[in-house]
Design a protein around this ligand. Structure first.
Ligand SMILES: C[S@@+](CC[C@H](N)C(=O)[O-])C[C@H]1O[C@@H](n2cnc3c(N)ncnc32)[C@H](O)[C@@H]1O
Length: 212
């Protein structure tokens, strides 16, 4: 059977929003979500054979399901997890390639098998240091050329993470709006590293001093 065009999958996503956050006091309605171009970016970089991970659950989780990715999602609340599964069940949408893990990402991510990822979406807890912890435990599993997508980049803790990524040559920004950003990984393996491997931070400090 020919694959459904990605734009049609995103259209289908927006035509039937999973109402999974009604109980969690979402002021924007029944599901937390980001801008459509972010989902289009994900759809363009994700195939049925892709292995993907995200922190936080929402419209994005539904997108990964519709794309047929082998997807893992970490989210803390039973109501959102049950809501998404019910939404799929009522429509006969298969979830056999979806793994939903209830918990906070700082506790769950270090326990996961370190299998290689094609795409990782950070959109769970947005308070310091959660985005950095998500990045450390999740993005270290990205293959070279894999995609890191980050939402809510206007928030202070997320901005701190971007400050680092934007000077590290092993992360190439390949998409950005005021709301979200995407980076291609130019390195591989664990993100555990001593300061000696981060000379680019020193160079930034020196150029800032020179401009004072
Ligand atoms: C903005 S919503 C995610 C929206 C979704 N990514 C989308 O684009 O449709 C934030 C999600 O993060 C979850 N969350 C909050 N704190 C978290 C944490 N520490 N670890 C994992 N998920 C968390 C919330 O329960 C919610 O599911």
């Amino acid at each position: 059977m020919p694959e459904q065009p990605r734009s049609e999958i995103v259209d289908r996503l927006f035509a039937d929003l999973p109402q999974v956050h009604t109980e969690l006091g979402n002021p924007e309605g029944g599901v937390w979500r980001t801008d459509r171009p972010c989902y289009e970016f994900i759809a363009d970089h994700c195939e049925p054979r892709s292995r993907t991970l995200e922190t936080g659950l929402g419209l994005s989780t539904m997108l990964f399901v519709l794309l047929g990715a082998e997807h893992t999602c970490v989210a803390p609340w039973t109501s959102e997890i049950d809501g998404l599964l019910l939404h799929c069940r009522e429509r006969g949408i298969a979830t056999d390639r979806l793994t939903l893990i209830q918990g906070f990402s700082d506790e769950v991510l270090p326990t996961l098998q370190p299998t290689e990822l094609d795409l990782f979406f950070i959109d769970g807890g947005h308070g310091f240091p959660t985005p950095m912890l998500d990045w450390y435990y999740g993005a270290g599993r990205l293959r070279r050329g894999g995609m890191l997508v980050i939402d809510d980049i206007h928030l202070p803790a997320v901005q701190l993470l971007l400050d680092f990524l934007d000077v590290d040559p092993r992360w190439q920004c390949v998409g950005k709006t005021r709301k979200w950003a995407a980076y291609e990984r130019r390195g591989e393996g664990t993100l555990r590293e001593d300061h000696l491997g981060q000379g680019f931070l020193k160079r930034r400090e020196q150029s800032e001093r020179a401009s004072d």
